[in-house]
Write a protein that binds this ligand. Structure first.
Ligand code: NAD
Length: 404
């Protein structure tokens, strides 16, 4: 069989620990035999980030801006234990944070569903994609403890020195106070990324906040979404047969629970933080959560939602058998390849990505799976396999699909 040709390179960001092992195996077993893989490679492994003083992360993000599509392996975000373990020069920032800041992107997370693993909400038949606004609110707060007898005020000083004041509270007893902010530009970028992603994936978009209580702050989010929708997207949505609607966050929660899935739920920063973990848990395993960062100007960076699976890596280093689930990492590759195919008009590449995803799902539905899924699956004839064996089994299914 002739290998599929690519036109533009994918920006490939290698990573750390067990996911770095998965990365190599996925390429060797499932990609390189079928595709003449063209990538612009960046090693974001912690050792190399340290050697380049983290320049490699910035270069990889810039390359993603240049080429439009990247695929990233999970990476270690250093803490003090990692400083010692890797003898680091500095506690480098989270690569995901750096890339997100450069691309000004929004993260969309969605689970891969398989038969045999029923979500905790059994009516959820299709994935629910969570889009989380990644700027401001609680995550850039300023807070203080307040002693009894104090008065807390909100003061905004404009560029000419004019002050606007509001009393927050006159404290009879001791208490606490915090200030939050957000930016119109960031909210608009978030809204645009959500509308674009809804069109690209052909799904309805829901956005929810608490504008009845927060009449200026949350209301601003609602208004910016609505303005951008009416100006730039309404016609496109109508043509695509999808809808956008705003509702209160409490109403959204009730609707999500009663829904069948199959839509994008855009959340403010804190709501997205909490709800994405709830949705991931309710759907089953973290190892089945995919993630894509979408910039407002249409660049895409695909990855797994999980980390580097450190515990499995230490077992691997000791030569012990491992059973690490490669689905989310594999779907990062298929998502990126499909998008590359779409942008470069390469139907063969798009079709290959679809078949590879199908082969992976069929493998699990045929009862062959890694330990995490084995614990969850209700299939009768299920078998737990090792990390590499799972990929070899997917390859068997893939070959059948490619020959069909
Ligand atoms: P983790 O996602 O690696 O693991 C969390 C739990 O889920 C563990 O019990 C793990 O065994 C299980 N798990 C996750 N993925 C799995 C898979 N593919 N197969 C089987 N089980 C799986 O998160 P952690 O342990 O909190 O962090 C480990 C490292 O990953 C840290 O250094 C952290 O900085 C990094 N991290 C990176 C990213 C990223 O690059 N996007 C995200 C989260 C954590």
């Amino acid at each position: 069989m002739e290998k599929i040709q690519m036109k533009t390179p994918l920006v490939e960001m290698d990573g750390d620990e067990m996911t770095r092992i998965l990365w190599k195996l996925i390429k060797q077993i499932l990609l390189e035999p079928y595709i003449d893989l063209k990538t612009d490679y960046y090693d974001l492994g912690l050792k190399h980030r340290d050697e380049t003083e983290d320049k490699v992360t910035v270069d990889a993000a810039e390359a993603t801006k240049k080429y439009g599509v990247g695929v990233k392996c999970a990476t270690i975000t250093p803490n003090s234990a990692r400083m010692k373990e890797y003898n680091l020069h500095q506690m480098w920032k989270s690569p995901n944070g750096t890339i997100r800041a450069i691309l000004d992107g929004t993260v969309f997370r969605a689970p891969v569903l398989v038969k045999g693993v029923t979500p905790f909400i059994p009516t959820w038949k299709r994935p629910i994609t969570i889009a989380r606004h990644a700027y401001g609110d609680l995550y850039k707060n300023v807070e203080l403890s307040v002693p009894a007898g104090a008065k807390a005020e909100l003061v905004v000083t404009d560029k000419d020195g004019k002050e606007t004041r509001r009393t927050i509270h006159d404290f009879d007893g001791a208490g606490i106070v915090q200030g939050l902010h957000n930016l119109d530009g960031s909210i608009a970028s978030f809204a645009q990324a959500c509308f674009n992603y809804a069109l690209a994936t052909h799904q309805d978009l829901w956005f929810a906040a608490k504008d009845t209580i927060s009449k200026i702050y949350d209301h601003r989010f609602k208004d910016i979404f609505q303005e951008i929708y009416e100006k730039e997207y309404q016609k496109k949505f109508e043509k695509a047969g999808i809808t956008y609607f705003y509702t209160l966050i409490d109403d959204a929660v009730a609707r999500v629970i009663r829904s069948n899935g199959g839509f994008i739920w855009a959340c403010k920063n804190y709501d997205g933080d909490v709800m994405s973990d709830m949705v991931a848990t309710a759907f089953g395993s973290l190892a089945m959560m995919t993630s894509v960062l979408v910039s407002p100007t249409g660049e895409y960076e695909y990855e797994a939602a999980h980390g580097t699976v450190q515990r499995h890596y230490y077992k691997y280093l000791k030569g012990e058998p491992t059973s690490t689930n490669s689905i989310a990492t594999l779907f990062a590759w298929t998502g990126a390849l499909r998008k590359r195919g779409e942008l470069d008009c390469l139907p063969n590449l798009m079709s290959f990505a679809g078949k590879l995803e199908k082969a992976a799902i069929q493998t699990i539905e045929d009862g062959i799976m890694t330990g995490d899924m084995y614990r969850l699956s209700t299939l009768r004839n299920k078998k737990k396999v090792g990390t590499e064996e799972f990929l070899q089994e997917i390859n068997v299914h893939l070959q059948e699909l490619l020959q069909a």
